[in-house]
Every structure is written in C-alpha cells, then in structure tokens.
Design a protein around this ligand. Sequence first.
Ligand SMILES: [Zn+2]
Length: 189
Amino acid sequence: MLKNRLIKEFLNDIGIEKEELEIVKCLESEADNDEDIASKTNIKINTVRKVLYKLHDSGLATYKRSKNPETNWYTYAWTFNKPKVKTEIKHKHDAKIIQLETKLEYEQNNMFFICPKDKVRFDFNTISLPSRSTKGKNNEKETGSSSNAFKCPNCGTELEFQDNDKIIKSIEKEIQKTEKAFENFQKKF
Ligand SMILES: [Zn+2]
C-alpha cells in the first residue's frame, strides 16, 4: 500500500517523513502498540508516538486503550484507518481535477499576450486598451487601429500575441495523468 504514489504523497502532506513510513507499515498489518513499533522499526519511541498522534489527528489511525491487569498500565493498540485514507485521497484528487479543469477552461477561453521585455503574461481582459480621449471626434480618429497596439502596463512595451496551444496540451496531459494515477489507486485499494 505504501508503494502507491498517491498514498505516499498524502502521508507527506500531513507531515510524515520518508523514514517514518515504516511506522505506518507496522500499523497496516495489524494493531500494534507504540513500544512494539519502536522495537520493530528501530525508531525512537518518542518519534513513533509523534507519528501516531499525527496520524490520529488526521483521522488516519485509531487506537484501542486497554489496561494491563498485572501492571495497571494502559496500552494502546493502534490501527491504520484505510477507508479514511481512501476518502481523503479521493477528495484530494477531485480538488486537483477541478483546479486543472478551471485552468484549462481559462486557457481555452482567453487570448493571451506577453511582454517581450519583462516576460509578463496578460489575458485579453486584463489589458487596458489605449486610453481614449473624450475630447472629440478628431482625437478619436487619431487613435486609429494601427496605433491601437496593446502596451504592457508595466513598461509600455508593445505586447505580443501568445499562442497557448502548448499550455493547453500540457494541462490536458496533466489531467489524463492525474485520472490514470487515481484509477490505478482505486483498482488496488
Ligand atoms: Zn513589460
């Protein structure tokens, strides 16, 4: 399970370090207590506890508390909450797809211009058209179509049209890749 990229990414998101994945691995197979995990993984008990609480805070691990009748100490048997991991990864996936599709739509529905000098990119809607005089017809004639080139609002350089086909293709590819990774994840878990 931990070999899956989406799960690894997700555990990384909640702050589990690479070397701490061994702890999660222990929980995956069976309920276990912190001391057992520490001795199995050779990871310090404090780190084991820290990771367990992190998992617990994110709802990814649950524990059962029981009292040892001889010592009167409590022990905690931890388990990995697999269904929760699945829901969380699904949420993350959905959010990513929405974000990519919004981006794609924006690229498809807009025209883009770039300033050759400072490389800043503008969409058609954010470019302010050359200011038009309100004084009279004569002035309006002066700002004829040839002098109507879009200027960079930052430096005044004439903007160049940017073909965004490559950007659109790369977003489409990213969507396909994301969907495929999620399909693979769903097949396995
Ligand atoms: Zn500029």
